[in-house]
Structures are given as structure tokens and as C-alpha cells.
Design a binder for this molecule. Structure first.
Ligand code: DGY
Length: 323
């Protein structure tokens, strides 16, 4: 049987690339640079499957061209707001993602940001490396205690729950959350958390706010100036979800005016651009979208894509079909 023609838009872990090359007529973007819109449009017209990542934008316009050959988009990642799902579906194109396998590592990274910004670890490291450390003293680099504080989670999916468990069972924190749908209180309690009614209630109650909702759609600008104002002036914002969930200009103003204490960010509205003002702030920890970046997880994500497209081309339902 003729192998399906697939295009992989970035380099993947070697072990996964080998499996893809064995099972499919696979082409890899060996430059590992983001493909532009013309190249992606061309790929949708030439391959049976395109395997993009969060750095590839697939808006409706790309699915509206006449001659489409692509039958499945196997996204390498759990978030898929960079793909216009409705436009893909309208052309009968399946879309899959990679849930589950990146839950722990993304929650670990949210925890890393929370601890780092609370304990001023970035500032301390920068000072030491620059030769500015003059020795231990009682008033040096004083941060904020984490243990026993209140964590507010926005979005109680897999990663939100994993973050709740870490904070409640590991750091004795009181964990409250907002979720669009109601969560059974017994289920919430199993993760050491309880649901509050509104986003505002969660923001007002929390010493740390961690975002775990999807990006795009109605979540764009969810954390805007008004909601930042609802946070305690001593609170920190952690974002490992999607950059567009936060109004970045409003965040810069809130940080500059001292309306919140700091932020730990792994994601940005227009990656890889990061607002210059944020880069200048000492009370902000900035990471380059590393949530799922461990060898184990990146391999597991790739193998999930393999499973999804293998099922599809064998006429079975892909396990992680989102459209
Ligand atoms: C995800 O899986 O959504 C990560 O953010 C990378 O896309």
C-alpha cells in the first residue's frame, strides 16, 4: 500500500522522527525554522498529513484555498488555538492533539516559575553571576513565603489539577479555582482544591494566580486591567497556558505601578517576541515556552502524534481527535 505523504514542520526527537520515516513517506523541515504562511499553504495542498506545532499559524484562510490534499493535521502539542478548527472541519480535515503526556512537566514548570518569582531566584542568580553578591545578611534579597499561602487556578483541566496537587499536598497551600463548568466537590477535593464561582473571587482570594485555561476564543484578554486590579497588590501571576490569555500591555502597567507583586511567564501573545518592558523588570521571571520541554515528554508527544495519524490512515478513529 502507498505510504501517506506527511510533512513535519519542525525537528522532533530523533527516535520519533525515525518511526515517522519508517511508517510514512515523511518529509522534515530540516531548517527547523518556522514556516511562513505561503509554505504552510503549499504544504496543505501537497501532503496527506501536516504535523505542525504551536509556532505554526494555520488560520481559516489557509483552509479556504481550492486545492487541498491534506486530510489530517496532527498537532504536536495539547493547545491548538493556532489552528482554525472550524475552517479545517468545514473542509473535512481531521485535527488531533497530544493531551495527557505533558501534564506533569507543564505543572512542574508552573511550580518552577512560582517558586522562582516568589523567592527572587532569578534576581539572586543574576546578582551573583554579575559579581554583585557581598555575602549573607539578614535583609538581603527578601522574598515571599510560599508554604501555606493561597493559590488561585484559572482552568481546572489536567494541568490545573496537577498544579493544585503540587501546591496543596506539597506546599500546604489553600487552593481555589475557577472553571467554566462545575466540578464535583469530591473530585476537586481529591486534587486538594475547591471551586469558587467567579474569576474575580479567585483573583481576590489568591497570593498566587496560575493560568491553566486554553488560549484563543473567549479567553483572549481574560486577565485584563480590571482583573489585574482585582488581585492583591502582594500577589503573583503565573502563566504557562497561552500568552493571549493575558492583556500584556495591562500586565506591564500593573507591574510598573506595583498593582501586583510580580509575574512568572512561559508564554507570550506574539512569540517569540517578549515586550521589552517585561524584560527590564526584576520582579518578572521569563522563560521561553518550556512547559513541555523534557526529553521524556517531547518524545511522548511525538509518539502520540504517530498513534493519531497511524490510526487515521488505517481507517480507525484517532484517539486524540479534537475536530
Ligand atoms: C502545548 O502542548 O500546548 C505546548 O504549549 C506546546 O504547544
Amino acid at each position: 500500500m502507498k505510504k501517506a505523504r506527511i510533512l513535519v514542520t519542525r525537528r522532533w526527537p530523533q527516535v520519533v522522527e525515525s518511526v515517522l520515516a519508517e511508517r510514512f513517506d515523511a518529509e522534515f523541515n530540516v531548517s527547523d525554522r518556522p514556516m511562513d504562511q505561503a509554505a504552510l499553504a503549499d504544504a496543505l495542498a501537497r501532503y496527506d498529513a501536516v504535523l505542525p506545532t504551536v509556532s505554526d499559524r494555520l488560520p481559516a484562510a489557509l483552509f479556504e484555498q481550492d486545492a487541498l490534499s491534506v486530510r489530517i493535521i496532527g498537532n504536536y502539542g495539547v493547545g491548538y488555538n493556532h489552528i482554525d478548527i472550524a475552517a479545517a472541519s468545514a473542509r473535512g480535515i481531521a485535527v488531533t492533539n497530544t493531551p495527557g503526556v505533558l501534564t506533569d512537566c507543564t505543572a512542574d514548570l508552573a511550580m518552577t516559575l512560582l517558586l522562582q518569582v516568589a523567592r527572587r531566584a532569578g534576581e539572586g542568580e543574576r546578582e551573583l553571576r554579575a559579581g554583585g553578591w557581598t555575602g549573607w545578611r539578614p535583609t538581603h534579597m527578601i522574598g515571599t513565603k510560599v508554604t501555606g499561602k493561597t493559590l488561585g487556578i484559572i482552568g481546572f483541566g489536567r494541568i490545573g489539577k496537577a498544579m493544585a496537587r503540587r501546591c496543596h499536598f506539597g506546599f500546604d497551600m489553600d487552593v481555589v479555582f475557577h472553571n467554566r463548568s462545575r466540578v464535583d466537590p469530591a473530585e476537586a477535593a481529591r486534587h486538594g482544591a475547591r471551586q469558587l464561582y467567579t474569576v474575580e473571587e479567585v483573583l481576590a482570594a489568591s497570593d498566587f494566580v496560575s493560568l491553566h485555561c486554553p488560549g484563543g476564543g473567549e479567553n483572549v484578554g481574560l486577565i485584563d486591567a480590571r482583573r489585574l486590579q482585582a488581585m492583591k497588590p502582594s500577589a503573583f501571576l503565573i502563566n504557562t497556558a497561552r500568552g493571549d490569555v493575558v492583556d500584556e500591555a495591562a500586565l506591564v502597567r500593573a507591574l510598573a505601578d506595583g498593582r501586583i507583586a510580580g509575574a512568572g511567564l512561559d508564554v507570550y501573545a506574539a512569540e517569540p517576541q517578549v515586550p521589552e518592558a517585561l524584560r527590564q523588570m526584576e520582579n518578572v521571571v521569563l522563560l521561553p515556552h518550556l512547559g513541555s520541554a523534557t526529553a521524556e515528554t517531547r518524545t511522548a508527544m511525538g509518539m502520540k502524534v504517530v498513534d493519531n495519524i497511524t490510526a487515521f490512515f488505517e481507517g480507525r478513529d484517532p484517539p486524540d481527535r479534537v475536530a
